[in-house]
Design a binder for this molecule. Structure first.
Ligand SMILES: [Zn+2]
Length: 107
């Protein structure tokens, strides 16, 4: 069964329709599904009114959804970086070497 966002599971309206902080109505553009599998979804929403972000992991159970969520000041582009590869010591040394050679300016 798909909801209005085309999700495999109808997402809880309490989370997807109103900002948990100020109560402003969220639009479809404010909600982003970051991951989805047969167990549930990871969603990020941002409120156009108060600018707060919410990251929530919801798992589907026979009775509906269970999950955890948190308010955040992270923007969507910053959330996307969380899944990238970690910075290694070698990466840091390369940046230092480039800066020392004047090929990279760090401010
Ligand atoms: Zn809000």
């Amino acid at each position: 069964m798909e909801d209005i966002f085309g999700q495999q599971f109808p997402l809880p309206k309490k989370i997807t329709q109103h900002c948990p902080l100020c109560g402003a109505r969220l639009s479809e553009n404010d909600l982003n599904v970051l991951e989805e599998d047969d167990r549930g979804v990871l969603i990020y929403s941002s409120c156009a009114n108060c600018k707060v972000g919410m990251l929530a992991r919801l798992h589907a159970v026979p009775q509906g959804f269970v999950g955890v969520g948190m308010l955040t000041d992270l923007q969507l582009k910053e959330i996307d970086l969380l899944g990238s590869a970690p910075v290694s010591a070698e990466d840091v040394l390369q940046v230092k070497q480039l800066a020392d050679k004047g090929k990279l300016k760090i401010q």
